[in-house]
Design a protein around this ligand. Structure first.
Ligand code: ATP
Length: 348
């Protein structure tokens, strides 16, 4: 079993990156703790890859500083940082076997041949490729190739592993398996992982914290549950799954008072409620909030049913309700109520 490595603490302070007149990163500051699994999440073009390349040392920031375990490494070359990297298109050496690919960085580091042999075998076992060591990459599936890339990046015990959309070319099932694999490797090795994705569920499933980017700006850094349940902005709320947005006027929605919970944020022009927290009622709910609406569509999804409603003021609502809880004979066109507990409303 490989030994636990010394995990890196990585700090970014006011990192700015411009390409000509375009600003790709706007004063990004965050600290990645030792052994943390941080995911950089955001839409295409939001600056995730640029930020990762700056952390790795492959791009220089236009302004700002980087720290590795408290030491300023802003101008240190990539090799001096000693991070492992796994990219979507990070091709394995095609003419080398799996063993030779994994051994390569160890040879570059001039480790002893006994150590190279032992670590290569350890890594092959660790990523579940026992018996495949003699094969060339062309003889492996896409998932197996990414396992080799992971093994190669982890072989020399980097203090941090940086992964940029490593599974985006894999099909959904394989992607799920590789996510489990990466989580297990992170637990076993204990090194710092920084993972880039634009897939919300991947980010929520994998990370200890998620850093959300939009237009080069860091919007929020928090645990998965917190970014989902307590989004810092309307952008974060809408980016992380479905949310109903109710425009408010003087604390009211379509003439009825709306009550929000103590943690809902600062009263503002909109209230957000996740579809899974809205319930269907056939009359005005006795407790919590309620708004009258017409049922426009029902989509049966097995254990859940997705309901599309529209309020009198033409605001669309989505409800995800357990199919078993639906009233008999419910049909489109029905006049219903959508209710939710006040603490589930968020000011956005
Ligand atoms: P994706 O998920 O599509 O990879 P991303 O969030 O990783 O997106 P980046 O690749 O970091 O985004 O790009 C951020 C912005 O910076 C984009 O608008 C991109 O076009 C721009 N950009 C990145 N690299 C360069 C470059 N070398 N020259 C000019 N513009 C660049």
């Amino acid at each position: 079993m490989p030994q636990k490595t010394t995990a890196a603490e990585i700090g970014a302070q006011d990192i700015r990156k411009t390409f000509g007149t375009f600003t790709a990163l706007k004063d990004v500051s965050l600290t990645v703790g030792r052994g943390e699994f941080l995911t950089l999440l955001g839409p295409s073009g939001s600056g995730k890859t640029t930020f990762l390349m700056i952390l790795a040392g492959f791009e220089a920031p236009s302004a700002g500083k980087l720290f590795l375990n408290g030491t300023d490494v802003t101008h240190a070359p990539a090799e001096a940082r000693g991070f492992g990297m796994v990219f979507q298109g990070y091709a394995l050496f095609p003419h080398m076997t799996v063993e030779q690919n994994i051994a390569f960085p160890l040879k570059v580091q001039r480790r002893s041949s006994a150590e190279i042999k032992r670590r290569t075998q350890d890594m092959i076992e660790m990523v579940g490729l026992g018996g495949h060591g003699h094969k060339r990459p062309s003889g492996l599936s896409g998932g197996q190739q990414q396992r080799v890339a992971l093994a190669r990046a982890l072989a020399y015990e980097p203090s941090a592993l940086l992964l940029d959309e490593p599974f985006s070319a894999l099909d959904k099932n394989l992607r799920g398996q590789m996510q489990d694999e990466v989580r297990r490797l992170h637990r076993e090795i204990g090194t710092t992982f920084i993972f880039v994705t634009h897939d919300q569920s991947e980010a929520l499933a994998l990370s200890s914290r998620v850093a959300i980017f939009d237009h080069g700006q860091l919007q929020q850094v928090a645990a998965p549950r917190d970014v989902y349940e307590r989004p810092a902005s309307r952008f974060v709320a809408e980016f992380l799954g479905d949310i109903n947005i109710l425009p408010l006027s003087n604390g009211q929605f379509e003439g009825g008072a709306i009550v929000a919970g103590p943690d809902a944020g600062t009263p503002s022009g909109f209230l957000g409620v996740r579809p899974e927290y809205m319930q269907l009622h056939q009359s005005k709910p006795a407790a919590g909030n309620g708004i009258a609406a017409r049922l426009e569509d029902l989509t049966y999804l097995g254990s859940e049913t997705r309901l599309s409603l529209r309020t009198k003021g033409d605001v669309p609502l989505i409800l995800h309700v357990p199919t078993a809880s639906l009233p008999e004979g419910l049909a489109t066109g029905a006049e219903v109520w959508a209710g939710w507990p006040s603490e589930r409303g968020l000011y956005l």
